[in-house]
Ligand binder design. Structure first.
Ligand SMILES: *Cc1c(COP(=O)(O)O)cnc(C)c1O
Length: 372
């Protein structure tokens, strides 16, 4: 048994020596935040890279969710998924909006459009789906429902950096999309995030909202927040952008090997791959059927850990089962059978740019051979 611990992810750090000149330049400019040179450069570079027209940078991936709901003046009820990171629902709650949980599709883990439609009430004003693990939601059907009932759609695309469907960025879907550039994500700025919209007027409003609502030196047009990205992290983000494609290729190779080696393991299910999607390979979830696999999910998780392989049970427990939310009428497991089953059976395997072939084979030796 090797002592080296294999973690579920590892931050993609650009070479330090290449970062120093950026820092020297920032020190010379003496303009270290508030829409500085590198902030503007990174917004441009990300629009190009991602294939979107308007992006606003944020200090993390949670504030763009909160701000999107503010920018679109969402109230009442928002339909969302319980199968995500808690920030998705928290953003709704922080705006004093009632989250309404709908169940997910077992093949993708994303909101099931039929269940969205069934959850609509006269108070519904928006849908907040998540492209969970970077798998695109059924954006066409979600848009059709939104159009039919006059709802806004805000995608939490925290996992979907660079994901495309049929050559088009997934960030084009809906009214707005948010990204997270947290250290654990495929592309990071240490902490950071962004809000994508589709017209200049809306971007202007977002930029006011993330800077206290200032529309000029003496004019405040909305009760805004402070969520500006500083120059140090914007410069880091520019440099990171040069390395992210290679990292995605490295992740792809690991994901391919996992898929090939695990597709015939009794009791292990993988997510469906959708044709025409350019994935970013941000996560590799497996779903354990204890009866067929011969070992429970938690037993496998602990056995991996004992061998120095730290998977993560993303996304368990379901958001709807946390104390803040479990009293909501939509939070019951009878309303969310698919999400409940996925949360109770999932383990995300280690997946990042820095895994060696030997690391990957070590993970596979454990997972391919259940302890019966
Ligand atoms: C990471 C994540 C967020 C929050 O991003 P932070 O940058 O950590 O604030 C939101 N939603 C989902 C689905 C995430 O995975």
């Amino acid at each position: 048994m090797s002592d080296k611990i294999i973690t579920v992810t590892s931050p993609l750090l650009p070479p330090l020596e290449e970062f120093i000149p950026y820092l020297e330049d920032i020190w010379q400019r003496k303009w270290i935040t508030n829409n500085g040179h590198y902030h503007q450069e990174l917004e441009k570079a990300l629009c190009d890279y991602l294939g979107v027209k308007y992006i606003s940078l944020f200090t993390n991936g949670t504030l763009p969710l909160i701000t999107a709901l503010q920018a679109l003046r969402i109230t009442g009820e928002v339909i969302t998924t319980p199968y995500s990171f808690v920030a998705t629902t928290h953003a709704i709650w922080w705006n004093d909006i009632r989250p309404v949980f709908a169940d997910v599709d077992p093949e993708t883990g994303n909101l099931d459009p039929d269940r969205i439609e069934a959850a609509i009430t006269p108070r519904t004003t928006a849908i907040m789906p998540v492209h969970v693990y970077g798998t695109p939601c059924d954006t066409e059907r979600i848009q059709a429902i939104a159009d039919k009932y006059g709802l806004k759609v805000i995608y939490d695309a925290a996992h979907a950096f660079g994901v495309q469907q049929n050559g088009v960025s997934i960030l084009q879907a809906g009214d707005m999309s948010t990204l997270s550039f947290h250290a654990t994500k495929t592309y990071n700025t240490v902490e950071g995030g962004a809000l994508i919209c589709h017209d200049a007027e809306t971007k202007k409003r977002i930029d006011y909202l993330k800077n206290f609502g200032f529309a000029g030196e003496t004019e405040v047009v909305a009760p805004g927040i402070n969520s500006k990205m500083d120059e140090v992290r914007a410069a880091y983000g520019l440099l990171e952008l040069r390395y992210v494609d290679r990292a995605i290729d490295q992740r792809h190779a690991v994901a391919e090997r996992y898929r090939e080696a695990l597709s015939d393991v009794e009791g292990i299910t993988l997510l469906k791959e959708i044709p025409g999607v350019r994935y970013n390979y941000s996560y590799f979830p497996i779903f354990v059927d204890a009866t067929r696999y011969g070992e429970t999910r938690d037993a496998l998780y602990e056995r991996m850990k004992a061998h120095g392989v730290w998977g993560r049970r993303y996304f368990y427990p379901l958001i709807s089962s946390f104390s803040t939310y479990r009293g909501l009428p939509s939070a019951g497991t009878d309303n969310l059978p698919v999400a409940t089953r996925m949360a109770d059976s999932v383990i995300c395997l280690p997946l990042h740019h820095d895994l060696s072939e030997e690391d990957v084979e070590r993970v596979l030796r454990i997972v391919r051979h259940p302890k019966r």
